[in-house]
Design a protein around this ligand. Structure first.
Ligand code: P1T
Length: 397
């Protein structure tokens, strides 16, 4: 069954009214017939029918048993971390979303959890780094923002052998392109703010677990912590999901063409996109994913923050904003935006220089997006690439 068919057929028709769109149960509580006697719901933090419909679709889509919807991607990640105890260790990919880095390092370390960041695209390094204290292996694949790809199946085996859970942040690919639970992961998380929602109009997160017992522990933590997604935003994510495969297909197709365009541009030093044959993990990505996604990063030959800023401000269809995965194309400068909470030395180690640029490709026509990049390169070309950054572009940078 295609993913679109799977999504559309797993969104329930309302049994009471036949409504084809899931009703928004905008309620805090549910009237009980007698104390403890109810129709399956007692209080919307513990469970809400609109959220429950979304959670079921999320579980189905990722091939899991339990799906849980949260108020943000970070709330989802936070809930997974609460599975750990003081003294436990997380082995995490070294190139990671800045907010996840901040939560791991500045919140959980103080509770006695050790976090070690390694390049998980190097399986030997993972093998050498995993210890008997490792309880959780944390991957983004592809990573934010250098699009590094790790071997999920091989790492799942290593994690299992060490009695550790493998959690994969599947935000960048979405279940349309990659299903980590089928590759052996125990937990998948999403910033549903991105591709799942798809329209840059909400903040949401998701956790999906394969094992019912682990799912029940996560559901307990969801209710205990209370970081749930509200009914209206649950409905928005459900509506976004209906077009997820169509959007992701278009975004991946455009991104591949844009990556190839950037790769052949004389002003570009390096393009980070797993769909390019030159990407160090291209073969693994082609095997592990059904497509390469809509995020591309690159560096200009003149790797300079001012020049990159001027370039970004010259773009018209790519809007300068945090986030990714929406229908409108976005661009950003990770060092000042999404990855500002990662110390500069650490950023530089993973290649995220001060001039490093990230693009999120939307659903505009491919040629219009390439034309937009082209006009930005042209404006910079004469003055900037030969004699430095033009004053008028830097004035508002
Ligand atoms: O923003 P929020 O919904 O809380 O999701 C956090 C998050 C988790 N995981 C990944 C891989 C992410 O990229 C994010 C959020 N990222 C951005 C806002 C960004 O622009 O990269």
């Amino acid at each position: 069954m295609s993913t679109t068919t799977q999504i559309l057929s797993s969104i329930p028709i309302d049994a009471q009214t036949g409504a084809i769109s899931v009703p928004i149960y905008q309620t805090a509580t549910f009237v009980q017939e007698a104390p403890g006697v109810n129709k399956g719901y007692d209080y919307s933090r513990s469970g809400n029918p609109t959220r429950a419909a979304l959670e079921q679709v999320l579980a189905t889509l990722e091939g899991g048993v339990t799906g849980l919807a949260f108020a943000s991607g970070l709330a989802a990640i936070d809930t997974v971390l609460k599975l750990l105890n003081s003294g436990d260790e997380i082995l995490a990919v070294d190139d990671i979303y800045g907010g996840a880095y901040r939560l791991f390092t500045h919140v959980y370390e103080k509770f006695g959890i050790t976090i070690r960041y390694v390049d998980t695209s190097d399986i030997e390094l993972v093998r050498r780094s995993i210890t008997s204290a490792t309880r959780l292996v944390w991957l983004e694949s592809p990573t934010n923002p250098t699009l590094k790809v790790s071997d999920i199946r091989a790492i799942a085996e290593l994690a299992r052998a060490h009695n550790a859970w493998l959690c994969v942040d599947n935000t960048f690919t979405s279940p349309v392109l990659q299903k980590p639970l089928e590759l052996g992961a125990d937990i998948v998380v999403h910033s549903a703010t991105k591709y799942l929602g798809g329209h840059s109009d909400l903040i949401a997160g998701a956790v999906i677990a394969k094992d019912p017992e682990l799912g029940a522990r996560l559901k307990f933590l969801q209710n205990a912590g209370g970081n749930v997604l509200g009914p209206f935003d649950s409905w928005l994510v459900l509506r976004g999901l209906e077009t997820l495969p169509l959007r992701v297909r278009q975004q991946s197709q455009s991104a591949l063409a844009i990556a190839a365009y950037l790769n052949s541009h004389e002003a570009v030093a390096e393009v980070y996109y797993p769909g390019l044959a030159s990407h160090p993990n291209h073969e693994l990505a082609a095997r592990q994913q059904k497509g390469f996604g809509g995020v591309i990063s690159f560096r200009l030959k003149q790797d300079d923050q001012g020049l990159a800023t001027a370039f970004l401000k010259t773009l018209q269809l790519f809007h300068l904003a945090e986030s990714l995965g929406g229908v409108k194309s976005l661009c950003c400068l990770p060092c000042e935006m999404t990855h500002k909470s990662v110390p500069r030395e650490k950023r530089l180690q993973t290649g995220v220089t001060d001039g490093f640029i990230r693009l999120s490709v939307g659903i505009e026509e491919t040629e219009d997006l390439i034309a937009d990049l082209d006009q930005a390169f042209e404006k910079l070309a004469d003055a900037a690439f030969t004699t430095g950054i033009p004053e008028h572009l830097l004035a508002t940078a």
